[in-house]
Design a protein around this ligand. Structure first.
Ligand SMILES: [Fe+2]
Length: 453
C-alpha cells in the first residue's frame, strides 16, 4: 500500500525505543510512515525523492551530541522541521536557547519526553495541517510489526483496499489465517486497520508488549511506588541524565550478580535477609549508587567486571547496620539533623560504616576493596566526612569515585530530579571534587553525563 503523504517522519535516536513509540502514534493517526535513523545526515537521497518535507523527532540531548551535523544541514530539496523532546530535569532556559540557536533555520517545536499521545498528535496536526493527511476518521492504522506479535486478532481487523474502502480480514478473537497473511504481505501491505472504538484496546496491549523487555528487569522486590528502588525507575532517571543504554546493561548484570552473591551466602544472617527486603531511602540509595558508580567506572581504565561487582556489593551492604532510614540520610556530622539526635543515635550514625564492615567479615568472598569502600562511603573532601575525616589521598582510589556517586545519589533522592537541584549539585560538585585524587574520577563522572552539560 502506498503511503501518500508529502511529509515523512524520521526518528533520530541511537536506540529503537523512541522510534517504536513515535511510529505507533504517528502511523495510527496519519497516512505516512515513520523511519529510524541514527544520525541527522544519514537520510538517503533516494528516500527523500518526491518529498516535500521531513519531520525529525529527536531528544534535545541528541541535538547537542550531533551539534555540528545539525548546523551543517543544508537547505536540501525538501523542508526540514523538528519536534524536540525535552524534560524538566536539566532542560532550562539556557538549554532551550542553545537548541533554538542550532535549529534556527528550521521550524521546530518542543514536546515533553513522556509523549502524551493526544498532545503529540495535535502538535503534528498544528505543524502540517492538510500536508499530513489523517487516517480515515473511523479507523486507526496499526503496523503489522506490532500487530503480529501474536496471530490472534484482539479486535475486528481490516485492510484498506481503496481511498476510503476497508475490508475485514479477521474477526475479533480469531487467528489471522496464514493465506491472508501471505497474501497481504506479498502485496506490500504494512498496516492493518481497526475501528477507532477498538483502537484503545489494541493499543494498550501493544504498549505492554513494547515495554515487556524492561519490565522483566525489575529489581529484587522492585516497587513502582518508590522512586529509585525499581530498576526501571533508575534506568529512566539515569537515561534522562545522559547515561547510555550499553552502560546500563552492564550495571544490570553486575547488580544482579551482586544480589545473588549476597543472597546465596551459606549463612546469611536473618537481619540481613530482612534488611534486603526493605524498600525505602536505604534501598533507593543503594540501587542508585551502584548504578551510578558502575556507569562512572566504565569510563575509567580500571573499569572491569571485578571492580563493577565490588561497587555493587559495597552499595548493598553500606547501610546494613542501620535500620532507620532517617539515620541513613545523615551525610554530615555538622548538620542540624545530626546535632538533634540522641547520643545513642549519634553513635549509630558514626559507627554504621564499621558495623557494616563487621557484617562483611562474616560473608564469603568480600575482599579488602569492598570493605574499604563501605568503611569510607561517608568520607568527604577536605576531611569533612566521617568516621575518620580522611583526605582524598588517604582513601582507597575506588572510594574516591564511589563517594562522588554516593553523594550524587543521596542528593538526587532527597532533593529530587529538578533543574534547581541539578544545577546546585553541579556547582557544588565542581567545588568539592575538582582537585586531588577526586579529580580523575570526577572527570569520569562528568564524562558519563556529558550529554547534559
Ligand atoms: Fe551510610
Amino acid at each position: 500500500m502506498s503511503v501518500n503523504s508529502s511529509v515523512k517522519v524520521v526518528v533520530l535516536d541511537k536506540s529503537k525505543e523512541l522510534f517504536k513509540m513515535v511510529s505507533l502514534y504517528v502511523e495510527s493517526e496519519f497516512e505516512t510512515n515513520v523511519l529510524h535513523h541514527e544520525s541527522p545526515t544519514s537520510f538517503d537521497d533516494l528516500e527523500s525523492k518526491d518529498l516535500k518535507e521531513v519531520l525529525y523527532v529527536c531528544d534535545y540531548t541528541f541535538i547537542l551530541n550531533f551539534q555540528s551535523e545539525f548546523k551543517s544541514l543544508g537547505s536540501g530539496t525538501y523542508k526540514r522541521s523538528f519536534i524536540v523532546l525535552e524534560d524538566n530535569l536539566l532542560f532550562g532556559d539556557e538549554e532551550k536557547r542553545e537548541i533554538e540557536l542550532i535549529l534556527k533555520e528550521f521550524k521546530h517545536n518542543f514536546c515533553h519526553r513522556d509523549l502524551i499521545k493526544n498532545q503529540f498528535v495535535d502538535m503534528l496536526e498544528g505543524m502540517f495541517g492538510a500536508a499530513l493527511p489523517r487516517v480515515d476518521l473511523n479507523y486507526s492504522k496499526m503496523s503489522m510489526d506490532y500487530f503480529l506479535k501474536s496471530k490472534n486478532a484482539l479486535v475486528d481487523t481490516y485492510v484498506k483496499i481503496g481511498a476510503e474502502k476497508f475490508v475485514k480480514i479477521v474477526n475479533r478473537g480469531e487467528d489471522v489465517p496464514e493465506e491472508v497473511l501471505e497474501h497481504v504481505t506479498k502485496k506490500g501491505v504494512r498496516f492493518f486497520y481497526v475501528k477507532k472504538v477498538d483502537f484503545k484496546e489494541c493499543y494498550r496491549s501493544i504498549v505492554d508488549n513494547l515495554s515487556e523487555g524492561s519490565s522483566t528487569k525489575r529489581g529484587v522486590g522492585g516497587s513502582l511506588t518508590e522512586q529509585f528502588t525499581s530498576i526501571e525507575n533508575v534506568h529512566a532517571a539515569l537515561k534522562s541524565l545522559g547515561v547510555s543504554e550499553e552502560v546500563l546493561e552492564i550495571a544490570d548484570e553486575t547488580v544482579e550478580i551482586a544480589k545473588k552473591t549476597i543472597q546465596e551466602q551459606a549463612n546469611l544472617p536473618a537481619f540481613l535477609k530482612e534488611f534486603l527486603k526493605n524498600e525505602n531511602y536505604i534501598s533507593e540509595l543503594s540501587t542508585l549508587t551502584s548504578y551510578l558508580s558502575i556507569s562512572c567506572l566504565s569510563e575509567l581504565p580500571w573499569g572491569n567486571p571485578k571492580n563493577f561487582t565490588k561497587f555493587a556489593l559495597a552499595s548493598i551492604i553500606q547501610d546494613a547496620a542501620l535500620n532507620d532510614e532517617e539515620l541513613a540520610k545523615i551525610c554530615h556530622l555538622e548538620s542540624e539533623e545530626f546535632k538533634n539526635l540522641s547520643e545513642g543515635d549519634k553513635t549509630k550514625v558514626v559507627e554504621h560504616p564499621s558495623k557494616a564492615v563487621e557484617i562483611l567479615d562474616h560473608l564469603e568472598g568480600m575482599d579488602q576493596d569492598i570493605k574499604d569502600i563501605v568503611m569510607q562511603h561517608h568520607e568527604r573532601p577536605q576531611g569533612k566526612g566521617f568516621p575518620w575525616g580522611l583526605k582524598d589521598n588517604e582513601l582507597n582510589p575506588l572510594s574516591n569515585l564511589y563517594i562522588i556517586c554516593h553523594e550524587y545519589a543521596h542528593r538526587i533522592i532527597t532533593g529530587g530530579l529538578n533543574l534547581a537541584n541539578m544545577k546546585k549539585i553541579d556547582q557544588d560538585f565542581r567545588e568539592m571534587f575538582s582537585s586531588g585524587n577526586y579529580a580523575k574520577p570526577y572527570k569520569a563522572f562528568l564524562e558519563v553525563f556529558r550529554s547534559k552539560r
